[in-house]
Design a binder for this molecule. Structure first.
Ligand code: PEP
Ligand code: MG
Length: 325
């Protein structure tokens, strides 16, 4: 079984009716980066950069960061790497940054909010990422975006960091793709507007589920509410996929829901073209995608979106998948 899974992981994935889905790896530390089997994935769909900043007494230098980003891009061997800019705040605190103690850290200063408040910190990271982009295809993604001006400020920071590097004689590519991590309800409700300004979307279902359901992702007492299969979350994903398609903006999912093999065929049916997950999940998700018929499932979408809760969605989806496979 294991050998079969490993062989399955190496082949690219498409649904039975021929809809290709890029299956990528999430990584967020050097160990998992070095352990990645690049044969098995279509690149790195989420490179979390927090590990470089946590558990130390000062921020990492540009060169320190550059070395790690370059390693990620080099290891990817020509496949695309999506680097997420710093997402501290919330549950992840770096004491040297002197961020305020907050009553509701998940609703506080985190993600791109921190970066826009600390231009030097942001600039250093962006310079390191842009320098790494000389070593292979790379995209930049901002976490916790809630509006077009935030994306525009982020993009301006990228452009200004690139201009600075060029002035120093570093041949930064003309254009590095800048995308939105769709993980706030605001970014879902504004997805048509954001799609006009973003180069790509990647849906962060971990945070998006917690914010849509108003259920802390780490609180056991509300764990039953925290379900990415809840119709409210499904409607959000479907809306983002639709807006992306209308604007020609690629849409992926990089939260845990991408790795849920029961849901992966549903994401493909919605038109999500990329799923990024912990490397160990890739074989199982590819197998589930290959066994599914995206077009047949698409016709079931209205019924699934009209379900009463996540449990009903999962039950219906299971029946439907059995019918069409
Ligand atoms: C997410 O929110 O879905 C996500 C992938 O990011 P993180 O788990 O790092 O918040
Ligand atoms: Mg998140």
């Amino acid at each position: 079984h294991r050998a079969r899974m490993e062989a399955s992981a190496r082949r690219p994935a498409a649904t039975r009716d021929g809809r290709p889905v890029a299956v990528r790896a999430n990584t967020g530390d050097c160990e998992s980066l070095r352990a990645l089997e690049m044969d098995a994935c279509d690149g790195i769909g989420l490179f979390r950069t927090e590990f470089l900043f946590l558990g130390r007494s000062c921020a990492p230098t540009e060169d320190e960061q550059f070395a790690v980003y370059r390693e990620a891009v080099t290891r990817a061997g020509g496949k695309e790497v999506i680097i997420r800019t710093l997402d501290v705040g919330g549950d992840k605190q770096a004491s040297y940054m002197g961020l305020p103690a907050e009553a509701n850290p998940f609703l506080g200063l985190r993600g791109i909010r921190v970066c826009l408040e600390r231009p030097e910190l942001f600039r250093t990271q962006l310079r390191a990422i842009l320098r790494a982009s000389l070593f292979g295809p790379l995209k930049i993604m901002f976490p916790m975006v809630t509006s077009c001006p935030e994306l525009a400020c982020g993009r301006r920071a990228v452009e200004s960091a690139a201009a600075g590097l060029r002035a120093e004689g570093v041949a930064v590519p003309d254009r590095v793709a800048v995308g939105v991590m769709v993980e706030t309800p605001a970014s879902v409700l504004l997805c048509d507007r954001l799609a006009a300004e973003a180069d790509f979307f990647s849906i962060g279902t971990n945070d998006l589920t917690q914010y849509i359901m108003a259920a802390d992702r780490m609180n056991q007492h509300v764990a039953a509410l925290y379900d990415a299969a809840h119709p409210a979350v499904l409607r959000a994903v479907a809306a983002v996929a639709r807006a992306g398609r209308a604007a020609g903006v690629p849409v992926g999912i990089c939260g845990e829901a991408a790795a849920d093999e029961a849901l992966a065929p549903l994401w493909a049916a919605m038109g999500v073209g990329e799923l990024s997950m912990a490397a160990g999940r890739i074989g199982a998700v590819k197998a589930a995608l290959r066994a599914s018929d995206a077009r047949a499932l698409e016709s079931s979408l209205p019924g699934l979106l009209a379900c009463r809760d996540g449990r009903e969605v999962r039950a219906r989806l299971k029946t439907r998948l059995e019918e069409v496979t």
